[in-house]
Design a protein around this ligand. Structure first.
Ligand SMILES: *Cc1c(COP(=O)(O)O)cnc(C)c1O
Length: 349
């Protein structure tokens, strides 16, 4: 029985539900469109016999393709099993100081799980009443900073000017900008990595590239940071990127036209749905992501969330003090959003 005292107890991250029956799924910010045809074509050409071998531990093909795509060198790219894996590796690698790591209080809930898992001191810096980060909160002594831009679950984009000030003002800390949603109308901090050796930009294929199921994420930054990340990765698991992730992850970068078209379509649907929700009494934050953060003037978010679920429409709701009035609604296809609005109309009636 004594073994129990040695078991690590953690409060895990709670992902959005993945129901097995068919529903309208607007709860985990997946992309409603299929991945590029290049992925399908490449998949058809893959030979399962190759799975006998270990994959390239450096995922050279994928890393090179990402480096070419973003106009950086291979030494400035780190690939991982979705950005969750990349971010967890970053927390392990860069947040080893005694001072607290800083991140907003309303943000991606995984950050708090990792600081607790890795026993990293931290401080949540409250966003203001408009859910904007307060710049000056990031000029206090710290052991590192992580900010998603656009932020989750609000969708609010912070200007690069502010991001740069934070990076420039913290030369003794690694500053990570989590850009999971950057392709839906934001402006990436990537050009700043040449200027600031303490800046790391993290992105993912899960949202804008319709490949949440493939599990590919990556970090872009100064080669010293990338080397440190690789050293930690090789101290933990050498073969993170499997053969399919390497091949399909390389192929998807070769279809810029589809990428632009599908992300453009999502942004268009987002603006249309936002207006339609506002006509029904919702207030929506200004989102630069593939979701809308919305609160109704009269009906509690929890009630709408539960009633939508009964109708087979899944959205996200958190019973947290600061955001319990809001629903986070992933932008799906136009027809899905029309069904959502029709059900909402019934609920509000
Ligand atoms: C979705 C998301 C991630 C993780 O995505 P992966 O599927 O692991 O790449 C990371 N950060 C934020 C803010 C996200 O919303």
């Amino acid at each position: 029985m004594g073994f129990r005292k040695n078991i690590r107890r953690v409060t895990p991250y709670v992902p959005g539900e993945q129901p097995q029956e068919k529903v309208i799924k607007l709860n985990t910010n997946e992309n409603p469109y299929p991945p590029s045809k290049k992925v399908q074509e490449t998949l058809a050409g893959l030979n399962p016999a190759k799975l006998r071998l270990y994959p390239d531990p450096a995922a050279t093909k994928l890393v090179t393709a990402l480096a070419d795509y973003y106009g950086v060198s291979q030494e400035e790219v780190f690939a991982g099993v979705g950005s969750d894996d990349v971010l967890a590796m970053c927390f392990l690698t860069f947040f080893n100081g005694e001072k607290p790591v800083l991140f907003p209080d309303v943000t991606y809930s995984f950050y708090k799980v990792w600081v607790e898992l890795f026993k990293i001191p931290f401080s949540c810096q409250p966003v203001d009443e408009n859910f904007k980060i307060v710049k000056t909160d990031y000029f206090t002594p710290n052991g590192g900073i992580i900010i998603p831009n656009p932020n989750a679950p609000t969708g609010i984009f912070e200007s690069l000017t502010v991001i740069e000030e934070i990076v420039a003002g913290n030369p003794d800390s690694v500053v990570i900008i989590d850009e999971a949603y950057i392709d839906f109308g934001g402006e990436s901090a990537l050009p700043l990595i040449k200027k600031y050796p303490n800046l790391l930009v993290v992105q993912t294929y899960s949202k804008s590239r319709s490949l949440a199921g493939l599990r590919v994420g990556y970090a872009l930054g100064n080669k010293e940071l990338i080397k440190a990340l690789n050293d930690v990765k090789y101290s933990y698991n050498s073969y993170t990127m499997n053969e399919y992730a390497i091949e399909l992850g390389t192929a998807v970068l070769k279809d810029e036209a589809y990428f632009k078209e599908s992300t453009g379509q999502i942004m268009e649907t987002r603006e249309w749905a936002k207006e339609a929700l506002e006509e029904k009494g919702f207030t929506c934050l200004d989102s630069r992501a593939n979701f809308i953060f919305a609160k109704h003037e009269r009906v509690p978010a929890k009630e709408i969330f539960e009633k939508l679920k009964e109708k087979g429409i899944y959205v996200r709701f958190w019973n947290d003090e600061r955001i319990k009035d809001y629903l986070r609604i992933t932008v799906g296809m136009r027809v899905e959003m029309e069904k959502l609005l029709a059900e909402i109309e019934g609920i509000l009636a």
